[in-house]
Design a protein around this ligand. Structure first.
Ligand code: ADP
Ligand code: MG
Length: 578
């Protein structure tokens, strides 16, 4: 029997595409607020958004008579003509509110200047309009999302993980809209200073989103060519990251992960950045709406440029020229420098402490150093962890080595090698105990282009055992949906490409254990904790404690040592004191 599906069922099916999780529903609401010209958006959420999400804006508001229309599928005010070629709004499909309203309790309160009204939808059942109270603007409340669609609910992660997806979405929307203030759970998280121009506002916003050090280590650029404008901040090469999480592009105000732009940027940095490292960037690319198609990707993360070759060349050459025009040799002016000096000073103090076995160590040098050591070392000494084999972290050197002190003396840890070991042993022990490996779902499944996906797909079952969920995706790509939780944050694309090369060559002949070992060591090479990542004392201490729990913690997967210890005697020798 062929039948026309009831509207609510159609909406629920559409919701499967539009609203994967609370964060994606929230993104739609924020986009609607921006489309309505809001200058201030207040977001609150509870229990990772599962319980409740509220978005309130000071935008145009919705006309009383249109409140119920807004809840219907394919109802939109944003395509006044039927021309798909000229889209200047985030939304245009008119399906977000209808989809969300089919899988949650939704209340819309709005005032477009003619008084406030509200309407409710209870899992698709729309209630009559009633008067309400609200200043000009719109408030949308969503409660108990997916409570009636258990399959969806089951697929959600912990409240904390869902909250982190939400915060990630908010930070991307905030970066894309530097002239709009964002309040999150009652706090002004991304503010706007009145009177600043775009470049200054963007600078402030990127400092909030990426971190204040970016500002000292980036260059502003702006260029226009045949209707295409690019502007924003590009990081100096030495200020780089192990993954692309801080490489942000906005095409016509929309956050994208577009392959063409990524490769143009790669090209621009190719001579000045080590391969495998990623620049830090906040770049806006504005293209006339008719020269671009944002409709290619359901989550609109990819765009299609009509003249891709020209865009590529324009982006690559502009960034290249900007980098060449400045002295970009080193990370400068940051708080990092000061921290480092302070850490070095406190390190010298710990060496001269009387806890060392030889009285020779009580050296008078500390008196001449310009830092108040008593205060600095006090907190550290309160900890009992000094008795543990790897002691207490006191500093990080060259973003690569952890300096710790234990009862014997000084311990130097290679953070990269150490982390590699920890991850490998965790996976191995879970496999031995035949436990399922906890996975983390990627907010946006990663598409990895590889020449012959079958190499990866043939190993999919094996990869599933250690926590990778990978599926076929067309002829020349695979789709990575989930990764092992212990792997943390890493560059999935680089990793899978490397894995494919390995499986094709030497990996074929190896047994499962050896392949797992390869995967863990390779993962570590793409991880955020690899050499080159600044760690806080808390993070360093956490890693030391993890190491102590790890079997064979003294050597990494490649057989290199993970740490070395200098006891008092060795140090004394170093200074020719014996
Ligand atoms: P779309 O954004 O694709 O048009 P939605 O389902 O997200 O579809 O929204 C439907 C309509 O509801 C919009 O076209 C707009 O007219 C109206 N609307 C939704 N949210 C707001 C808001 N915060 N302020 C003003 N109008 C809104
Ligand atoms: Mg919308």
């Amino acid at each position: 029997m062929i039948r026309v599906l009831p509207e609510n069922l159609i909406n629920q099916i559409a919701a499967g595409e539009v609203v994967e999780r609370p964060a994606s529903a929230l993104k739609e609401l924020i986009e609607n607020s921006l489309d309505a010209g809001a200058t201030s958006i207040a977001i609150t959420f509870e229990e990772g958004g599962k319980k409740r999400m509220v978005v309130e804006d000071d935008g145009s508001g919705i006309e009383k008579s249109e409140l119920s229309t807004a809840l219907h599928r394919h109802a939109t005010s944003k395509l006044p003509t039927d021309d798909l070629m000229s889209i200047n709004f985030y939304g245009f499909r008119g399906e977000a509110l209808a989809s969300i309203a089919s899988v949650a309790k939704v209340r819309i309160t709005s005032n477009n200047g003619g008084g406030a009204f509200e309407i409710e939808a209870d899992y698709g059942k729309i209630s009559p309009l009633r008067p309400a109270s609200l200043n000009r603007g719109t408030r949308i409340e969503i409660e108990d999302i997916f409570a009636r669609t258990p399959a969806r609910l089951k697929f959600l992660k912990s409240d904390n993980t869902e909250a982190s997806y939400i915060n990630d979405i908010i930070s991307k929307m905030a970066a894309a809209n530097p002239l709009v203030s964002f309040f999150v759970n009652g706090k002004k998280k991304y503010g706007v200073t009145p009177g600043l121009d775009f470049s200054e506002s963007l600078k402030e916003r990127l400092a909030d989103v990426i971190g204040p050090d970016f500002i000292h280590n980036s260059l502003y650029l702006e260029a226009l060519s045949e209707g295409v404008r690019i502007r924003g901040y590009v990081g100096v090469p030495s200020f780089n990251r192990p993954n692309n999480s801080d490489t942000l592009f906005f095409v016509n105000g929309r956050f994208v992960r577009d392959k063409l732009i990524i490769s143009a940027v790669k090209n621009a940095y190719s001579d000045v950045l080590f391969s495998g490292r990623h620049p830090v960037i906040g770049l806006f690319i504005d293209v006339p709406a008719k020269d671009i198609d944002v409709n290619v990707h359901p989550q609109k993360l990819e765009v299609r440029f009509r003249e891709s070759g020209r865009i590529f060349a324009f982006i690559a050459s502009t960034i290249k020229a900007r980098l060449a025009s400045a002295d970009v040799s080193s990370v400068k002016g940051s708080s990092e420098e000061k921290n480092f000096m302070a850490k070095v000073a406190s390190l010298e103090m710990s060496v001269s402490e009387p806890s060392f076995p030889s009285h020779d160590f009580v050296a008078p040098m500390s008196a001449s150093l310009p830092v108040d050591f008593a205060e600095m070392t006090g907190a550290v000494e309160a900890s009992e962890d000094v008795d543990k084999p790897l002691g207490i972290a006191v500093a990080q050197i060259a973003k690569t080595f952890i300096v710790a002190k234990n009862v014997n003396g000084l311990v130097l840890v290679d953070q990269h090698a150490a982390h590699e070991r920890v991850v490998y042993e965790k996976i191995k022990s879970a496999l031995e105990k035949e436990e399922t490996i906890p996975t983390q779902m990627l907010l946006i499944p990663e598409v990895v282009n590889i020449a012959s996906p079958s190499i990866i797909l043939n190993a999919a079952d094996e990869l599933m055992r250690i926590g990778f969920v990978i599926e076929a995706f067309g002829e020349n790509a695979v789709l990575v949906r989930e990764t092992p939780a212990v792997f943390g944050d890493f560059d999935v694309v680089d990793f899978v490409s490397e894995l494919a090369a390995y499986l094709k060559e030497e990996g074929k002949a190896k047994n499962f254990d050896e392949r797992i070992k390869y995967i863990c060591t390779t993962r570590a090479c793409h991880s955020s904790i690899r050499a080159g990542k600044e760690l806080s004392l808390a993070e360093m201490n956490a890693l030391l404690r993890e190491m102590e729990k790890t079997p064979n913690f003294s050597a990494c997967g490649h057989g290199r040592p993970t740490y070395v210890e200098f006891n008092g005697k060795t140090l004394a020798k170093l200074f020719k004191r014996t």
